[in-house]
Design a protein around this ligand. Sequence first.
Ligand SMILES: Nc1ncnc2c1ncn2[C@@H]1O[C@H](COP(=O)(O)OP(=O)(O)OP(=O)(O)O)[C@@H](O)[C@H]1O
Ligand SMILES: O=P(O)(O)OC[C@@]1(O)O[C@H](CO)[C@@H](O)[C@@H]1O
Length: 314
Amino acid sequence: MTKKVATITLNTAYDLVGRLARIELGEVNQVETLGLFPAGKGINVAKVLNDLGVKVAVGGFLGEDNVGDFEHLFNSLGLEDRFQRIAGKTRINVKITETEADVTDLNFLGYQVQPQDWQTFVISSLDYCRQFDIVAVCGSLPRGVSPEQFSDWLSKLAQVGVKVVLDSSNEALTAGLKANPWLVKPNHRELEAWIGHSLNSVDEIIQAAQKLQTQGIANVVISMGSKGSVWLSEQAIVRAEPPRCENVVSTVGAGDSMVAGLIYGTVHQLSQADTLAFASAVSAFAVSQSNVGVSDRKLLDAILQQVKITVIKG
Ligand SMILES: Nc1ncnc2c1ncn2[C@@H]1O[C@H](COP(=O)(O)OP(=O)(O)OP(=O)(O)O)[C@@H](O)[C@H]1O
Ligand SMILES: O=P(O)(O)OC[C@@]1(O)O[C@H](CO)[C@@H](O)[C@@H]1O
């Protein structure tokens, strides 16, 4: 039977994505706008899964003042809309890619979740999530949701019997880890922040990831940008190296595309190595475009052929 998938985004965002040679602080900067997208990590994961032919439901919070483009997206893709509308606006995140540099993020403030909103969310989400096999909980916490509330809800979600995939950062990641999700995907920097010191080689990254594993997390996937990723499970440690992308347009959503690829592999019962190879190809595909999604399956297959997989232990 096909596995049912939902993604939860508590802190949704409109992404305003652009590109310029170099940001001059204090000056007027002309930006080549690449798009304004209804987004947030869980929505990005859902968009990619939908392109890959996996049916997805989406939930979390949306500000009722600027909900239009989100509803248009859900309708046009046929995503099952479980979002709770609350007072206020969904935030806008500005993302600028400089030539030969990383993305600069300017994340603005959005809605504030009220205690009553959270109570309603906890009751309804724990109810509707029962019908799913995999629930991906992605992104940061909005104002009004404490790490303790998040951890408590996530523990209850795991107890419902779904496979919880967690992709978050900072205090939400630390709090979420206490709920023993089935899979986590921090990036290299997030792992450093969690462990409290820098990690300067793949070996050091694996050692730190093993500490996460011993906390009771069955699958720990660490993404390392253009250097690829490692996946530690009870069975094996696998490393994937994507091909070098010559034309990086925007790395926004690369991590979300990887999470979508990991879920795709799980849904289709691929092996650990095949799943990580597939997820690497999907995420490498993502950096060559301004938005997330898989528009060209042939190109994805071509990238997949170039992913290098190494079984480090297994
Ligand atoms: N320049 C690149 N070339 C090829 N693949 C890449 C590149 N950058 C990222 N990737 C792929 O995307 C995956 C996720 O990237 P990264 O570690 O930057 O995630 P992230 O920081 O969670 O991303 P996000 O920007 O979505 O938060 C990597 O493991 C890799 O497979
Ligand atoms: O502030 P968060 O929730 O951690 O991240 C939000 C965000 O940066 O993540 C996505 C890219 O991964 C974007 O669509 C969105 O703006």
